[in-house]
Design a protein around this ligand. Structure first.
Ligand code: ADP
Ligand code: MG
Length: 312
């Protein structure tokens, strides 16, 4: 069913011409459970497009949370052989877990599978099941794999010497290079309350990841209660903060992806404190009451927002 919806979406995107804004190679693929829109400029754009689509599909296969053969499953086995790249990803994930004081928990499969977010067979677990799920140390890198894919895509585009690219990896936007006229890349920030609306446009320059996590992205409802897909590892339940979404702008895709998830779990105050203590990202916070607040390095046009300073 999800695939059919995504296919329809892909067709709509194509009909709107969203995939063909003058890029030398462009198109839409369904990968990592989402629709991805790829646009590449440069003389080798066609070949780069083919290789990029291949790379994204191979990463999907390599890291799928459910397959016993996947790298995520291998991380759970003592004697499994991992590539250097896979070990580096796992180590970086653990370092980011520490940085976010466990708000990002790469070994969260016990909980995400319990709620059915890894399979789509949703259910509300009992408190006993939650306690049990919290004991598990199985890996689930769903919160980082698209950001990591953005980093790998940049490496590929660089190696192929394309001029520039704009990749929408299912809500994770990765820009590469500078636009021909030197102007900024313009990326809409979705209004959590309106699937078709935005709260404004982010302007970013150069190679950059723009990544959003929100409670509206994936959820199910039971007995009138909405349960979304971002779990607070400390409670085992979907995180319940004052935030409706967090968008992170970061030069490192994987770090940005971790942060969007982790800041969403932390809630507004802790998230701002985290930004004040680090200088490798900027963020747009949309609170549940609809207020939009941006860190001072953000340029947001076409909408109203409050600016957060370093010394608040
Ligand atoms: P999306 O993948 O929808 O863009 P995220 O990047 O925020 O959104 O990742 C959410 C996914 O990460 C969930 O579907 C789940 O597999 C996993 N996850 C949920 N909560 C956490 C958490 N606190 N830490 C790490 N991974 C999580
Ligand atoms: Mg994420």
């Amino acid at each position: 069913m999800k695939k059919i919806v995504a296919l329809l979406l892909a067709i709509v995107l194509l009909l709107c011409g969203c995939g063909q804004k003058g890029a030398d190679a462009s198109g839409t693929i369904f990968c990592m459970d989402t629709v991805m829109d790829l646009q590449i400029w440069g003389s080798d754009a066609d070949e780069a497009y083919t290789q990029l689509a291949q790379l994204l599909r191979s990463l999907e296969q390599e890291w799928s949370a459910n397959e016993e053969e996947s790298a995520a499953a291998k991380l759970d086995q003592q004697d499994a052989e991992l590539t250097q790249e896979q070990m580096a990803l796992a180590q970086k994930a653990l370092a980011l877990r520490q940085r976010t004081e466990g708000a990002f928990e790469p070994r969260i499969y016990g909980l995400t599978s319990l709620w059915g977010f890894t399979t789509g067979q949703y259910r509300v677990p009992t408190p006993e099941q939650i306690t049990e799920g919290m004991q598990s140390t199985r890996w689930d890198l769903g919160a980082v794999i698209k950001g990591y894919a953005g980093d790998r895509a940049v490496q590929l585009l660089q190696a192929m010497e394309v001029d520039r690219a704009l990749l929408n990896l299912g809500g994770n936007v990765q820009s590469y290079g500078t636009k021909a006229d030197g102007s900024a890349w313009v990326i809409g920030v979705r209004d959590p309350k309106d699937p078709n609306g935005t709260v404004g446009n982010l302007e970013v320059t150069g190679t950059c990841s723009v990544i959003t996590s929100g409670g509206y992205q994936r959820y199910f409802e039971q007995d009138g209660v909405r349960y979304h897909h971002i779990i607070d590892p400390k409670t085992g339940y979907p995180s319940d903060s004052d935030l409706a979404s967090v968008t992170v702008v970061c030069t490192d895709g994987m770090t940005g992806d971790v942060l969007s998830t982790a800041l969403f779990v932390m809630g507004y105050e802790k998230a701002v404190a985290h930004w004040q203590q680090h200088d490798d990202f900027e963020a747009v916070f949309i609170l549940k009451d609809g207020t939009v607040r941006v860190t001072e390095g953000i340029t947001l046009t076409g909408g109203s927002c409050e600016v957060i300073g370093r010394e608040n």
